[in-house]
Write a protein that binds this ligand. Structure first.
Ligand SMILES: *[C@@H]1O[C@H](CO)[C@@H](O)[C@H](O)[C@H]1NC(C)=O
Ligand SMILES: *[C@@H]1O[C@H](CO)[C@@H](O)[C@H](O)[C@H]1NC(C)=O
Ligand SMILES: *[C@@H]1O[C@H](CO)[C@@H](O)[C@H](O)[C@H]1NC(C)=O
Ligand SMILES: *[C@@H]1O[C@H](CO)[C@@H](O)[C@H](O)[C@H]1NC(C)=O
Ligand SMILES: *[C@@H]1O[C@H](CO)[C@@H](O)[C@H](O)[C@H]1NC(C)=O
Length: 550
């Protein structure tokens, strides 16, 4: 292993070395090959343009319905010719335990849509294209393989294609922001009064007419003060959605290029911590496309993507982007928060931008970013995959700690041959180093969450217990709760990790530990819903158990 690692140089490094006739001017990039790739299925049937993990341990996957026949032909089909897309599934449910998919049924087109889980674990999905562009759909997860998509009669006020959604805890609904030609936001279910959308001048201001907008799929995060962080293109605001007012305008992020569709970058809210009573909220935005990328692609040129990431604290009074460089340029990557507190940057390309046929040089190596390491030592390059995950790919964290990676289709239909990047239907799992059985002595096992008085969950601010078994003694435990996102187009809508306070730990018999944990203090720290609860001991996470925050 060490020999392999030591011999891995980054390509860029080698090029620079060659150009300078052997003068070594760059640091060697070592690759952490302790992360493993595994193919789970060779054919999911449907492109994972959108993906989300439900509290029933299933993964909802869906594509657009307008891409023609998928690779999943439905048995019950009123055959009107083999090209009829109604004879093919455009959505599937992946059962993590059985490693199988089953077909789901979409009535209208979900192309480039948005979604959020509600407090009861149902997925509320909004928008799409054509007849689907104003649609509101529900997916109510089940453990019996009987659930399917439902469409409401009530519709969105305007067409929302490439819009973003965020769950609002007080309203127990969502805000849907932006979309192609939609410089506005609205609430679902509608807040009382006006049925009209609310104009959002920020979306006009950040719109780049000659670059297909560069501000579609705005990045949304809920701050712990109850305001909404909205980022589009290179700018961001803190928004009071109850009063429809901008509370703060943040500085423009440095870097010569955009960060929103089609210059698709990615973002996370860094783990929130009980140690500061969740008062510090920090956002990180990574990658994007170089200025002019959209134009260059029309001429067949794929410009190197942005390499920089910016971090900014959005609470308090001083706001400044702190910039860092990733090990390489990257566009269209997904960012996931891991139970260890690290940020995984995965999928995407090194050149070009989002859109059909608009990127080249797949970014095969994921990066691990460790926010609390010293600057300069935060990035680690992980073992590369051989599978390109370009436009319309996605990734999600599973309760067992693996990362499920799927999709990718830079073509306007399902194409398996004769193009640079065929439709990708293989399903992969990335198995993190922390899952290696070398660490089993540290890993907490048999996690059980116990609520007070047999309540269905735990209310904000209340305590609850978590019991688990440990092979060796307690090392250094932390308890984290993770809100699983709805992922599409490099966005992980509603993704959130909260480090909880552990009041005490008691040793019981048979190496059992009972930890008393405090649920987050407010609905704006941890909006009600199902979370993956993980105990991390000496840096090694348990499998997660679902905990419901009421
Ligand atoms: C996928 O296909 C490859 C090549 O045909 C085969 O070796 C592999 O076993 C298959 N994997 C699964 C999970 O079906
Ligand atoms: C969750 O709430 C939504 C909206 O009220 C409802 O449509 C859905 O059926 C509920 N799901 C469950 C599992 O109760
Ligand atoms: C922590 O924050 C919550 C609101 O988020 C507040 O109710 C509580 O009083 C704060 N606790 C302390 C010790 O400041
Ligand atoms: C602990 O969990 C494992 C599987 O994760 C299971 O096989 C075992 O029976 C459990 N042990 C106890 C004591 O619950
Ligand atoms: C415990 O773990 C956390 C997170 O990994 C780390 O920041 C802290 O320094 C550790 N403390 C001790 C005493 O090892």
């Amino acid at each position: 292993m060490d020999r392999i690692r030591a011999s891995c140089w980054s390509l860029e490094c080698v090029v620079i070395v060659l150009l300078l006739f052997g003068r070594v001017v760059c640091r060697r990039t070592t690759i952490n090959s302790q992360w493993k790739w595994k193919i789970m299925l060779n054919n999911t049937g449907v492109v994972a343009m959108h993906m989300a993990v439900t509290h029933q341990n299933n993964v909802v996957i869906f594509d657009q319905t307008g891409a023609g026949p998928s690779q999943y032909r439905l048995r019950k089909c009123k055959a009107r010719g083999s090209g009829d897309s109604s004879c093919y599934a455009h959505s599937v449910e992946y059962n993590v335990l059985n490693n199988r998919v089953r077909a789901l049924h979409l009535a209208t087109d979900t192309w480039c849509s948005s979604g959020s889980f509600l407090s009861n674990g149902s997925l509320l999905q909004t928008g799409g294209n054509g007849a689907g562009s104003r649609r509101i759909r529900y997916y109510r997860p089940c453990g019996n393989s009987r659930c399917d998509w439902m469409e409401l009669k009530r519709q969105l006020t305007v067409r929302r294609w490439y819009s973003s959604s965020l769950y609002l805890p007080r309203e127990n609904g969502v805000i849907v922001v932006g979309g192609q030609g939609a410089f506005s936001y609205e609430f679902v279910p509608k807040s009382s009064g006006s049925g009209k959308p609310y104009d959002l001048p920020f979306l006009h201001r950040t719109y780049e007419r000659n670059s297909k907008g560069n501000n579609l799929y705005p990045l949304l995060h809920l701050s712990t003060d109850g305001h909404l962080f909205i980022f589009a293109n290179r700018d961001s605001i803190l928004f009071d959605f109850k009063r429809h007012k901008v509370v703060k305008k943040f500085p423009t992020i440095p870097g010569k290029g955009g960060r929103s569709y089609p210059s698709t970058g990615s973002s996370v809210i860094l783990p929130l911590d009980h140690k500061d009573n969740f008062t510090k909220v920090e956002i990180m935005v990574c990658g994007g496309a170089a200025r002019g990328s959209y134009h260059a692609v029309q001429e067949g040129r794929y410009l190197p993507a942005l390499r920089s990431c910016g971090r900014m604290v959005i609470t308090g009074n001083h706001h400044r982007w702190r910039m860092e460089n990733m090990p390489g340029p990257r566009v269209m990557s997904d960012m996931l928060t891991l139970p260890t507190g690290g940020i995984l940057i995965i999928n995407g390309a090194k050149r070009g931008c989002a859109g059909w046929d608009s990127a080249s040089s797949p970014a095969f190596e994921p990066y691990l970013y460790r926010p609390n390491h010293e600057p300069g030592q935060r990035f680690q390059v992980l073992k590369p995959t051989k599978i390109a995950r370009l436009y319309h790919s996605s990734a999600v964290l599973l309760p067992d700690g693996r990362i499920l990676v799927a999709g990718g289709n830079p073509n306007n239909e399902y194409i398996s041959h004769g193009v640079a990047h065929p439709t990708e239907l293989r399903l992969q799992a990335l198995v993190p180093e922390y899952m290696s059985n070398r660490f089993d002595h540290l890993r907490p096992k048999n996690l059980t969450v116990m609520y007070p008085q047999d309540a269905p969950g735990v209310a904000n601010g209340n305590t609850f217990s978590v019991s688990f078994r440990l092979g060796t003694g307690l090392s250094n435990i932390s308890v984290v709760a993770y809100a699983p996102p709805f992922t599409t187009h490099s966005l992980s809508m509603n993704q959130r990790m909260v480090r909880l306070e552990c009041l005490s730990t008691e040793m019981g018999g048979e190496n059992t530990v009972v930890a008393t944990v405090v649920a987050p203090p407010s609905i704006y720290v941890a909006p009600p819903g199902y979370y993956m609860l993980t105990v991390v001991n000496g840096g090694i996470p348990s499998r997660s158990s679902w905990v419901r925050i009421l």
